[in-house]
Design a protein around this ligand. Structure first.
Ligand code: SF4
Ligand code: SF4
Length: 319
């Protein structure tokens, strides 16, 4: 089968993933996404460019490493912070303080930091390199698992994603594509033959609300879901339930109606209760977490929401 060794920009590859489609899977995370969901639990996936991350626990202290990062910074935005106690000890440590407003993202500090307390999120790669890494896990795929390509939005790096799918398909690997659905319909038409299952997010049925919550309207997303369903695609719909943002009875019913409209193409609907698991990642990237005061929905609420989907005969679960 013909494929191109296209370039890609990714930020992670995780083996033994059991929440990204059927069976045991290895998930490739592409970097860059056109949406900005308020609850996004992987903020490092949003921007396409490399990003500077900060893992304070890994810092051994500027005295020990002789100010390696501070000396490396050409913009002078890294300075010594006030001494603080090393976590869980009585020992004092001086860590660097970063003023991100003047940071040029040159990433020289991450290069200089031996402990990777300052690190770069994202790396350039290509289809052959990622394929070789994925095939190391091939033994795990035999029992109904496979590869999931996620993001960010994998469709935003279309050549890389399409050609990786083609190469994997040539080896008989089951492919899931985890997508926001926000990409041109022609691209979904082109990739459809190479994808076994779309993990497809539906976030709000009202376009104005959708735009407020994610930064984009939902028309294209709903149209693409309809297109895939009408052309033989299989969809596992994922509906994140965020208290007070998209959990009204009207929106839950409208989402269930939409899934029912897609018919047999929907193999499963997963209701995903909001959680704050990604909150620390915002700190590492120096970005504000905007849903600090939102708490996960109670179990009884999720069960009631599930009933709405069951009532329409949809295969569904709380995930
Ligand atoms: S961030 Fe890295 S280079 Fe900077 S003080 Fe800490 S360990 Fe040293
Ligand atoms: S990435 Fe920012 S903080 Fe790091 S060396 Fe460059 S300018 Fe300085």
């Amino acid at each position: 089968m013909d494929y191109v060794n296209a370039k890609g920009h990714i930020y992670d590859i995780q083996g033994y993933a059991v929440h990204d489609g059927p069976g045991i899977r290895t998930t490739v995370y592409t970097k860059g996404c056109p949406l900005r969901c308020l609850w996004c639990h992987s903020p490092e996936s949003q921007r396409h460019e490399f990003e500077l991350g900060w893992l304070a626990l890994k810092c051994i202290g500027a005295e020990l490493c002789e100010d390696a990062c501070i000396r490396a910074c050409p913009a002078g935005v890294l300075t010594r912070d006030a001494p603080s106690k090393r976590t869980g000890t009585d020992e004092w440590i001086i860590k660097p303080k970063l003023d991100r407003t003047g940071c040029t993202n040159c990433l020289k500090c991450a290069e200089a930091c031996v402990t990777k307390a300052l690190y770069v999120s994202g790396w350039d790669t290509d289809v052959d390199t990622v394929y070789a890494r994925l095939m190391k896990d091939a033994v795990f795929f035999e029992d109904g698992g496979g590869v999931t390509i996620s993001g960010g939005e994998a469709m935003a790096q279309f050549d890389f994603t399409l050609n990786l799918c083609k190469k994997l398909k040539d080896s008989g690997i089951h492919i899931c594509l985890d997508t926001t659905g926000f990409a041109p319909t022609e691209r979904f038409a082109e990739i459809l033959p190479w994808v076994d299952l779309f993990l497809y997010d539906i976030k709000h049925m009202d376009s104005c609300h959708h735009e407020k919550l994610t930064g984009v309207p939902n028309g294209l997303i709903l149209d693409n879901a309809r297109y895939l369903a009408a052309h033989g695609g299989a969809l596992q719909v994922r509906f994140p339930i965020i208290p007070k943002l998209n959990d009204s009875p009207e929106n839950i019913a409208a989402t269930a109606d939409f899934c029912a409209e897609l018919g047999k193409a929907v193999t499963l609907v997963q209701l995903l209760p909001y959680h704050q698991a990604g909150r620390m990642k915002y700190e590492r990237l120096g970005r504000p977490y905007r849903l600090k005061n939102v708490v996960p929905p109670p179990e009884e609420f999720m069960e009631k929401a599930l009933e709405v989907f069951k009532a329409r005969g949809l295969p569904c679960q709380i995930h």
